[in-house]
Each structure stands twice: as structure tokens, then as C-alpha cells.
Design a protein around this ligand. Structure first.
Ligand SMILES: Cc1ncc(COP(=O)(O)O)c(C=O)c1O
Length: 371
């Protein structure tokens, strides 16, 4: 059996190396998903049975597209429903990223971006984030863009997985203008935008209608298992992506789209509850970090991730350090290096876990920071 050669371009994720083999009783602070229940309106809508469980148009259920359009202040023709926002990212990359070109992405950044670029035959090129809180640094991004010929797409992620850092409206505008001037597709991954602490990060749609926004019900609406996401942007960008998505999966599961519709129709209450759940967890984590480690921490701009500085001695081999924490302290967290070289000195600690797990987790971690 010969696996297709393109697979050799994909590196095994260090996240798997940490999470596979998690010992019993370990506290899961490596999670990238909400741990609270699917809101009731979503559970009920899943049971809705409009007769046959039929396909819906490739572009998505019309009612859901209308709801997503209203949420983003867009026209219904500017919405493509996909299988998670991951389905949107994959389809956009396959549709628009020419083999041999480059795709700019944040470092540290979401692990799927380099893999998606490589699967499209392109080269991932990292741009750095700001040194102070890993926020969007427009100057650094535009410098990287100017230095790299043949860029086909640029990816933004505000607020960011894994750092929680956001960016200003001005920075976003500067990047959008630079991409428009060069005819480069700008994809703004806004999947965490509604899980914010205080001010919500700006959306790409606040500064331009030229790029594409991707998002889903996975984080803010607490429903990653539904696998419902979307792309919002100029139909000229979306139509080729719809062709790819259609051949890949035909369409997103119909009951899941009805459930996503119910969640989005109740966005105000659901998103407020999610922010309260995340806020309560942040307070538990911040309190434990202060008491156990003396760390003075500030809340991220958004997400449920704390990007925690590692002890100096762990910088040489952060993966070995994370494995030691997993196996000895029985706490799972993800080394920042998994998200790119820019994350080497940090670990991603997810506070989607319960407040009790967070307090106990930090208590177990403390000796490894103090020692
Ligand atoms: C930054 C970011 N973008 C996209 C995704 C994909 O999420 P989904 O396909 O569930 O919408 C994730 C999932 O963890 C993520 O962290």
C-alpha cells in the first residue's frame, strides 16, 4: 500500500503526541472546545423532523443562511454553510490557493493553517504577532507580505488560538487594504470572536467587504459536535469554494443545520451565557495562578485560552516538559511550540475546563514552575 505522496507534507501534530496516552485521572487543560451542555433550543431543534431527512442545497439551508447573514450584517448571497469553519477554510484554500504560491499565517497560530496550505500545494509563511500580548501587528504582517512574492492568501485569527490576542480596527484595516491592493484573498477566522472579555474584537467586515470571514457554532454557541460553520464574503470568492465543499461532503448534516439555526436565533442569550461561563472559569484560573504561582495575569482579548509563559529551563524541549507534566503532575496542556516557533516559550492552557479542574490543575502544576 502506498499512501499518496501529498500526505508526506503533513507533519504529525504535537497536540496528538500530548493528548494520546493521557493517563487516567489527568486534568484536561489541553481542550479546544466548550465543556458546557448544548443549549436546550439546539437539543430540541435536533429532534425536529420535517419528513424525510433530506439533502438541502449545497450552499446550505436557506433559513440558516438568512440567520447567519443577519448575524454578520451581510446579504444572504454572501453566505456559504460548511461543515464546521474547518470545512470553509479547506474549501477556500482548495479553491483559491494556487500550488507553488505562499499563504501567510500567524505564528503562533492554529495548527490546521499550515496543513491546509500544504494540502493545497502551497508554502505556509509565518508572520509574527506583537511581542507584548501576541496581538495583530499590522506592520510586521505587511512587511512579511512585501517580502514574500506569490502570496495567494493571508489568514487572520482574532482573537487567536492559541494566544487569546486580538487586534485593533486600525491594524485590521491596514492589513485589509494591503491585501486588496495586491489582489490577495484575506481570510479572517473569527470563530472565537463572541467569547470576549470586555471589548469584542473587530471583524473584517467592519473594515471591508472584500475578504472572507469564517466562523461556526463550535465555540461561542457551544456546539462543536454539530459541525456547522460558514464563510461570509463576496459570492465571487464563495462560489468556487462551494464547488469544492459540495464534492467533498455534498452538504452539512440537515438536522445539524436546523439546530444551528435555533442557536443563532437565540444568539443574544446563548452568547451571553457562554461569556459568563468562560468569565467564571477565567476568574478561577486567574485566582489559582495568583495564589499558587504569584502570576499577575490579565484576561485575554477573547477565546478560552491562557498562553502561559514556561519556566526558562523548559524552552529547550517544551514537548518533553509537557509530557512530564502529563505523566507526573497529571495535567494535560499543549506546548506553544505545537502552534509554531513563536510559541516556544509558552504553553496553551484551556480554561474551558471546570473551575474545580482549573484550581486543582494549577495546584498540581505549581511545583514545576517553582522548582
Ligand atoms: C482558530 C480556529 N479556527 C477554526 C477552528 C475549526 O473549528 P470548527 O471547524 O469546529 O468551526 C478551530 C478549532 O479549534 C480553531 O481553533
Amino acid at each position: 500500500m502506498n499512501v499518496a505522496s501529498r500526505l508526506s507534507l503533513l507533519k504529525p501534530s504535537p497536540i496528538r503526541a500530548i493528548t494520546d496516552g493521557t493517563p487516567p485521572g489527568a486534568i484536561p487543560l489541553g481542550l479546544g472546545e466548550p465543556t458546557w451542555d448544548l443549549p436546550e433550543v439546539g437539543r430540541k431543534a435536533l429532534l425536529r423532523n420535517p419528513g424525510p431527512c433530506a439533502y438541502v442545497p449545497h450552499v446550505g439551508l436557506l433559513e440558516l443562511r438568512r440567520a447567519v447573514a443577519a448575524f454578520h450584517g451581510a446579504h444572504v448571497d454572501e453566505v456559504l454553510i460548511t461543515t464546521g469553519s474547518q470545512g470553509a477554510l479547506f474549501s477556500l484554500f482548495q479553491a483559491w490557493v494556487e500550488p507553488g504560491t505562499k499563504v501567510l499565517m500567524p505564528d503562533p497560530g492554529f495548527v490546521a493553517y499550515p496543513a491546509l496550505a500544504r494540502m493545497a500545494g502551497a508554502e505556509p509563511v509565518a508572520y509574527p504577532l506583537s511581542k507584548d500580548r501576541f496581538r495583530l501587528d499590522a506592520d510586521a504582517l505587511v512587511r512579511t507580505l512585501d517580502a514574500a512574492p506569490d502570496v495567494s492568501a493571508v489568514v487572520l485569527n482574532l482573537p487567536s488560538n492559541p494566544t487569546g490576542g486580538g487586534g485593533s480596527l486600525e491594524a485590521l484595516k491596514r492589513v485589509a487594504d494591503a491585501c486588496t491592493a495586491r489582489g490577495v484573498l484575506l481570510i479572517s477566522d473569527e470563530v472565537y470572536r463572541d467569547l470576549h472579555f470586555g471589548t469584542r474584537c473587530p471583524s473584517l467586515r467592519d473594515v471591508t467587504d472584500r475578504g472572507v470571514v469564517t466562523s461556526s457554532v463550535s465555540k461561542g454557541w457551544g456546539a462543536p459536535g454539530l459541525r456547522v460553520g460558514w464563510a461570509v464574503g463576496d459570492p465571487a470568492w464563495l462560489v468556487p469554494a462551494r464547488t469544492v465543499h459540495g464534492y467533498a461532503v455534498t452538504g452539512t448534516a440537515t438536522p445539524a443545520q436546523w439546530a444551528a439555526l435555533a442557536l443563532i436565533e437565540h444568539s443574544e442569550a446563548i452568547l451571553a451565557e457562554a461569556r459568563a461561563a468562560v468569565g467564571e472559569r477565567w476568574q478561577a484560573l486567574a485566582g489559582a495562578l495568583r495564589e499558587e504561582l504569584g502570576h499577575a495575569v490579565t484576561a485575554p482579548d477573547g477565546t478560552f485560552y491562557h498562553f502561559m509563559p514556561l519556566p526558562e529551563a523548559a524552552h529547550a524541549d517544551p514537548v518533553a516538559f509537557a509530557l512530564k507534566l502529563r505523566d507526573e503532575a497529571k495535567v494535560v496542556l499543549i506546548p506553544g511550540l505545537a502552534f509554531g516557533e513563536g510559541g516556544r516559550g509558552h504553553a496553551r492552557l484551556s480554561f474551558a475546563a471546570t473551575p474545580e479542574q482549573l484550581r486543582e490543575g494549577v495546584r498540581r502544576l505549581a511545583p514545576y514552575w517553582k522548582g
